[in-house]
Design a protein around this ligand. Structure first.
Ligand code: SAM
Length: 225
């Protein structure tokens, strides 16, 4: 086996094109390999780090990004369609086209309202929904709001996130609308560490209580945090 610079890049020891931790990457690749989705929709392409694996492990991929620069990173992938528009616009286009996807990966607008809307769309468009940054306060709140009036099976701690110097980040949440909340893991009930990490985060930086809202941004700017 070759242990080289690529190994470092894959494990996040050096920068590469994929904005997820090593463990999150392995989980996404594992899900793609295990469930073999025929079609995948990605909200938020950036440098195409996740897109290239979706392309390799699925037949058809649609990836959406508001930033037109993203296209150059994935234009060599034959089975990938790039939609340069907002996720909201893409969702309405895909609904008009009557498209459905085996899997949807949500990793675009990380605001409360953005995650809420993206997940509502994802619930309509996909069978298995994964979303990134489930530990970021705004994302988690947006996800909880989207799930509130549903009975869908979900786990916001499918891959737990972490606390960095600048707050809570990462984590993969999963939602399967075709399963209900009566589904439980066979292990003992788990106690997610998110609440504890959030307390520490707020203690270190009280502005985090407002999460990623416009108000928090204004306060941060005012007190130059
Ligand atoms: C965190 S990056 C995606 C990372 C990528 N999924 C990966 O695994 O490396 C978020 C991307 O979402 C895009 N984005 C943010 N808000 C968006 C929106 N409302 N509609 C479409 N794309 C959006 C940004 O331009 C950015 O490229």
């Amino acid at each position: 086996m070759q242990i080289n610079e690529k190994t470092k890049a894959d494990l996040c020891l050096i920068e590469n094109d994929w904005m997820m931790t090593g463990g999150e990457r392995m989980a996404l690749i594992g899900i793609l390999k295990m469930f073999e989705p025929a079609s995948v929709l990605e909200f938020g392409c950036r440098f195409g780090g996740a897109t290239k694996w979706m392309s390799e492990l699925s037949h058809e991929v649609v990836t959406v990004d508001i930033d037109s620069n993203c296209e150059k990173y994935i234009s060599h992938l034959d089975n990938v369609r790039f939609l340069n528009m907002t996720t909201q616009e893409a969702a309405s286009l895909l609904r008009k086209e009557e498209k459905k996807f085996d899997m949807v990966f949500v990793d675009a607008d990380h605001t409360y309202a953005g995650v809420y809307k993206d997940l509502l769309d994802a619930f309509q468009l996909g069978d298995i929904i994964l979303f990134h940054d489930a530990y970021m306060t705004a994302c988690r709140k947006g996800a909880k709001k989207a799930l509130k009036n549903t009975n869908y099976f979900y786990d916001l701690d499918f891959v737990p996130g972490y606390l960095q110097a600048n707050g809570l980040w990462g984590g993969l949440g999963i939602v399967i609308p075709k399963f209900t909340r009566k589904e439980k893991y066979i292990a003992d009930p788990r106690f997610p560490v998110h609440g504890l990490l959030r307390l520490i985060s707020i203690f270190r930086n009280p502005v985090d209580i407002f999460s990623n809202t416009m108000l928090a941004k204004k306060i941060k700017r005012l007190i130059r945090l």
